[in-house]
Structures are given as structure tokens and as C-alpha cells.
Design a protein around this ligand. Structure first.
Ligand code: ADP
Ligand code: MG
Length: 547
């Protein structure tokens, strides 16, 4: 076994669990492997494939991924082939002949193709094992469900004697169970390697607006001179605009998303792998199966929709084990958008729950790594020291007045506004729609002009997470004050907010201005004595109407 490892793969030793997994497969047992991206799952089935009689059938979701794997196996002198829709007739005929002659050790195949071949090719050859890579694709609970995968159910029945090994980097408990069930694994042995990637630093920046993000990204890249990284964006157009912004600054950047031709995608991927570009601005379409060990950083321009996606994406950094940095921008706008998507999806509950967990991560004021590992079912008995929370524990202050200002503005518009309008009202902006609606006559108009709009964004996000208001996704994303919001509004409970720390990015000139301003920030505390009684009435009526 060690000889094979050295001869074919060039490694001197196994990584944790690899050897146990391989032994289990060699003993012809069904196996479930949960290992983070970059953990080294491939060898777990490639090595047994070499040692066992017959051909290993590897199911993989992406043609590009198959191609890469097959090429690197062939480069190591291993008889590997891929069977998928990109093959032509002659290639297929040759491939079949080689398979029948028992010359092929690993046959990569797409799930659709596998199903067709179960009654043809697969019947006629000796199969050593089935490896189902990216096995979470079979589960609706996973973050990348692919209907084609569900048909793999038939394998266990049709090939009762052939061991099946399912591999994934998605390890939450429900998905795990679902994979084993759907593949009808026989008493599978489950191997879970630690999901901890201590070499990845974790950082979240909250409530940033577009231009702040751009500046922060440029500073970040400045600190990572000549080190390559990935910027994940929610939309295709965003990948393009971020790349354009970088290129304008002389940074070698490219774009990758599913809207590009496959030639363009291949080019982007190759340019990145071969260090011809420093940065890829990409949607989630980028990265599955990309084997580049020296990605030094990953930025999430937008909030990912789940912790699994997030973890998989940051996992593309630091695969060589060296220190690498990750940065996540978290904004209210993203949260609203993603909640809307989730609400409109067919798996509303699951998706909202996943988003909620992601939100908790981003909002956390405890060690972020604890939250991540906790999500994957691991516990950590110490703080990691390598996340922003550990490095800089948050300071809180009594933000009751700030919260009251925001909530009373919401109440006075009969809860008919979204966050943009709310900030406009608080800032006293002269936006036409606002004036048309008479919001400039509100008592709360311009009540928050002393706080920068981006800080309002942040505070609103905090208020949302503290449960002071909700967003009615089915009502134009209008904000609705909750019970606990009312308690703060009517002075029954204080609201503790986290101090926003942004000093590092404020140029000296502005800093001086800010200092002067600070003294007048809340000149006289706004009290809502009697006014609030009317408001309370208004709210009661409103609540009734809503109920
Ligand atoms: P995964 O599929 O889990 O994301 P891979 O199988 O693609 O991970 O492996 C990730 C990287 O780790 C690859 O570059 C691979 O060559 C390397 N690797 C795997 N096992 C070992 C090992 N035992 N020793 C050294 N490097 C390894
Ligand atoms: Mg893999």
C-alpha cells in the first residue's frame, strides 16, 4: 500500500484517516467519507482501485472535474478514462474495448451516463468499487442538489457485491444520513475527519457599502501582493464589475461564471491555475474540484446562502496548509435578497434555516471557528485566536436611543418602508419618493443625520438580529416592528449594540472631522415621553390590521 502511494502518487505518508478508509474499502465494505475540501478524498478510492481486481467506477458531477482528475492520473501512469457526453463515437468504442479487456483501473462517468450503462457496459465488466464523489449532490439537504444523482439509488441493488464509497465535504448530520439512505449503503462505516482548517484566518466585515468594499478589497490585495485569491460574488454582473474595478487598478483579474462560454471558463480557470492572473472574480460556479494548492485568500463579496457553501468556498484557500486569509462582507441588502430567494424556493424552510445559520455565523460575537465546527458537529474547547472575534472582541454600548429613532421612523410610516427608505428618512435625504409620500414631515425625519448611512446599515442589521424588527418578504420587504422592538421603543428595555469599528479605513482627514463631530453626536437625548403614547396606539391598531 505504501509502495503504491509512493510510486503512483509520490507521497511518503498518508494523511489522517486515509489509510483507515482505504483498508475499509479493500475489505469490500460500504464507506462514507466526510472530509473537508482539500483533505485528500481522491486517494481514498484511487489507491484501492489500483490494488483491487477490475475497474473502479467513479461518479463525478462535472465534466471539467473528471477531465482534470483523469489527466492527472494518466500523468502518473494510471489507466484512467472518462465516459461522458463530450466523448465522440470512436473514443467511446475504444474505451469500451479497453474496459472489456480489463485494462482500465478507473472509469470516471457522469451520473446520467452511469444509469444508461448499468444495463450495458457495466454488466459486462468486472467492477472493483463504486466511488460517488461529491456525494452530497444526492441530497436535497446538501447545498448542491442534483436530480441526476438520485438515480444512483439503483446501484446497491443491481450490484450487491460491489462496495460503494461515497465522498463529500458536506458533513452536517441530516445530509450525512440522507446520503447513506439514498445510496442504500449497507451498514456503512463513516469516516469523519476534522473540519478544522486552522491555517485559514476568518474575518467578517459588516454593513459595508459598495465603495467601502472596493477600498477594503484593494487594501486587502495590497497586503497580499502576488498572492492569488478568489472573490466570490452573488451575481454574474457583480463578478464583472469587481474584476473591472481591480483591472483599473492594475491588478490581473479575470471573471468566471456560468454565463460564459465553456472556452472562456476554461481559459479563466487555466489562467488562474497557472498564475497568469492573480484574482478570479467568480460566482459559486467556480472552484469545485479545482486543485490549486497555493490559493492564499478568499473574499466573499456577498453573503453565501449557507455555511456549507461558505466553508467549501473558503476551503479553496490554503490547501497546502500554509496561512491563508478569508474575508466575508455581510450586509443587510444581501440578507434581504437571500431571504427572498429562500422564501421563493421550493425548499423554503430548509433554505431559510440554512441562511439563518449563516447569518448567525456572520453576526457572532463568539469565536467564529467554534461556530463553524459546531455546525459540522465538532466541538472545540478553546477559542481559535485566528478569527476577528478572537483578535478583537466586540465592545457594546447602550444604543437604546439609536434603536428608538429607527423604530419610531418605521412606526410613523405605518410600517410601510424598507431599509433604504428608512435610512433616507433617518438621514433626512431629499429623495423625491420620500417627499411625495410626505415622509419629510415626520417627527423622525433627519433624526439620525449624525450617524453615517453605512453605520445605519450596520445598526439596522444588528437590530434585525436582535429581533427588534422583521422583514416582510411577501410585502415589498417592508419592516415590521416586533414585540421586543416595542419594548425598546417604549423604553421598557434597553438595547445593547456592538460598537462599529472602522478606524483603520478612515483617512486621517475624515478622522479629525469625525472627532469634532463626536461631541455633537447626541446633543440632547431624544426622549419619547408622551409622543410614544400615540405611537403605541398607532402600533396597536396596526398590529390588529396585520393580524
Ligand atoms: P479533496 O477531494 O478532498 O478536496 P484532493 O483529493 O483533491 O482533496 O486532495 C487535495 C490535495 O491534497 C491534492 O493536491 C492532493 O494531491 C494532496 N494530497 C492528498 N493526499 C495526500 C498525501 N497523503 N500526502 C500529500 N498530499 C496529499
Ligand atoms: Mg475532491
Amino acid at each position: 500500500m505504501f509502495q503504491t502511494l509512493k510510486n503512483y502518487f509520490g507521497y511518503d505518508s498518508f494523511r489522517p484517516l486515509q489509510q483507515d478508509i482505504i483498508q475499509n474499502i479493500l475489505a469490500q465494505k460500504d464507506t462514507l467519507v466526510l472530509m473537508p475540501t482539500g483533505g485528500g478524498k481522491s486517494i481514498c478510492y484511487q489507491l484501492p482501485a489500483l490494488l483491487m481486481e477490475g475497474t473502479a467506477i467513479v461518479v463525478s458531477p462535472l465534466i471539467s472535474l473528471m477531465k482534470d482528475q483523469v489527466e492527472s492520473l494518466q500523468a502518473n501512469g494510471i489507466a484512467a478514462r472518462a465516459l461522458n457526453s463530450s466523448n465522440n463515437e470512436t473514443e467511446n468504442i475504444n474505451l469500451r474495448r479497453e474496459c472489456l479487456q480489463g485494462k482500465i483501473k478507473l472509469l470516471y462517468i457522469s451520473p446520467e451516463r452511469l444509469l444508461i450503462e448499468t444495463n450495458f457496459l457495466l454488466k459486462d465488466i468486472q467492477i472493483s468499487l463504486f466511488a460517488i464523489d461529491e456525494a452530497h449532490c444526492i441530497s436535497q439537504w446538501g447545498h448542491d442538489f442534483r436530480p441526476e444523482y438520485t438515480q444512483l439509488k439503483v446501484l446497491r441493488n443491481q450490484f450487491p457485491k460491489v462496495p460503494i464509497v461515497a465522498l463529500t465535504a458536506t458533513a452536517d448530520k441530516i445530509t450525512r444520513k440522507d446520503i447513506a439512505q439514498q445510496l442504500a449503503l449497507k451498514d456503512p462505516k463513516i469516516f469523519i475527519s476534522s473540519f478544522d482548517r486552522p491555517n485559514l484566518s476568518l474575518e467578517v466585515k459588516r454593513g459595508y457599502q459598495q465603495k467601502d468594499k472596493a477600498r477594503t478589497i484593494l487594501e486587502f490585495i495590497e497586503k497580499h501582493k502576488n498572492e492569488c485569491g478568489i472573490i466570490y460574488c452573488m451575481s454574474r454582473s457583480k463578478t464583472e464589475s469587481v474584476a473591472a474595478m481591480l483591472m483599473k487598478q492594475g491588478i490581473r483579474a479575470t471573471v468566471y461564471h456560468a454565463g460564459l462560454s465553456s472556452d472562456m471558463r476554461d481559459k479563466a480557470q487555466n489562467d488562474f491555475i497557472n498564475d497568469r492572473v492573480q484574482v478570479v472574480c467568480a460566482t459559486i460556479a467556480f472552484g469545485m474540484g479545482i486543485d490549486k494548492s497555493n490559493v492564499r485568500w478568499v473574499i466573499h463579496y456577498n453573503l453565501p446562502k449557507s455555511i456549507e457553501s461558505f466553508y467549501q468556498e473558503i476551503g479553496r484557500a490554503g490547501r497546502d496548509g500554509m496561512e491563508s486569509d478569508t474575508l466575508l462582507f455581510y450586509s443587510l441588502g444581501d440578507l434581504v435578497m437571500l431571504s427572498k430567494f429562500a422564501t421563493e424556493s421550493s425548499q423554503q424552510e430548509i433554505n431559510l434555516e440554512k441562511l439563518h445559520r449563516m447569518q448567525q455565523y456572520a453576526e457572532s460575537d463568539i469565536c467564529r471557528r467554534r461556530i463553524l465546527l459546531n455546525y459540522f458537529g465538532e466541538t472545540m474547547d478553546h477559542d481559535c485566536g485566528n478569527c476577528d472575534v478572537c483578535r478583537n472582541p466586540p465592545e457594546r454600548f447602550d444604543g437604546t436611543i439609536i434603536v428608538q429613532k429607527a423604530l419610531s421612523a418605521i412606526a410613523r410610516t405605518n410600517q410601510q418602508i424598507g431599509t433604504h427608505m428608512l435610512i433616507d428618512i433617518l438621514k433626512g435625504s431629499a429623495n423625491q419618493e420620500l417627499i411625495d409620500k410626505g415622509y419629510d414631515k415626520l417627527k423622525t425625519y433627519a433624526a439620525g443625520r449624525d450617524i453615517p448611512a453605512r453605520d445605519w446599515q450596520d445598526y439596522l442589521l444588528q437590530m434585525l438580529n436582535l429581533g427588534y424588527f422583521e422583514i416582510a418578504y411577501n410585502e415589498n420587504n417592508h419592516l415590521k416592528i416586533t414585540e421586543s422592538g416595542q419594548k425598546v421603543l417604549f423604553g421598557k428595555e434597553p438595547a445593547m449594540l456592538v460598537v462599529i469599528k472602522r478606524e483603520e479605513f478612515i483617512p486621517a482627514k475624515e478622522k479629525r472631522k469625525k472627532k469634532a463631530k463626536e461631541e455633537v453626536l447626541f446633543p440632547t437625548p431624544v426622549t419619547f415621553g408622551n409622543e410614544n403614547k400615540d405611537l403605541f396606539e398607532e402600533l396597536r391598531v396596526l398590529r390588529k390590521k396585520l393580524a
